[in-house]
Design a protein around this ligand. Structure first.
Ligand code: ZN
Length: 120
């Protein structure tokens, strides 16, 4: 009798855990879908902007490819992406996980701000 009660409790606990895991998976799936939608929209806007620039300036796809390669090489690895690099805080000199954000140790604002600060 006591053994059956313990087993029932374990079964209910397992069901609750499974249910919580299913909810977490649904939530994560929803986040992934929203990121996919945002990425698709950003890609479309980027492409539209590039088409506009080409038509207005005469710039070429080769010119864009060269700029992309320069950015790709900036982190020291030609891997088709820009990997955030650790940068030292200009006040306390501790390494920070990305560029353009306030120091997580002393709170000092970044020394250099660009339109892309805080994105990397
Ligand atoms: Zn600092």
């Amino acid at each position: 009798m006591l053994k059956n009660l313990r087993q029932d409790i374990r079964i209910v606990d397992a069901q609750l855990e499974a249910s919580a895991a299913a909810r977490a998976a649904d939530k994560a799936q929803g986040r992934i879908e929203r990121v996919d939608e945002r990425f698709a929209r950003l890609a479309m806007i980027t492409e539209a902007l590039w088409e506009l620039l080409k038509s207005k300036t005469g710039w070429t796809d080769d010119l864009l490819a060269a700029e992309v390669a320069k950015l790709d090489h900036r982190d020291g690895v030609m891997d088709g992406r820009r990997t955030p690099r650790a940068v030292p805080c200009h006040v306390c000199q501790r390494n920070l996980p990305g560029e353009g954000r306030p120091c997580i140790y002393c709170g000092t604002p970044p020394a250099v701000n660009t339109p892309f600060s805080g994105l990397w």
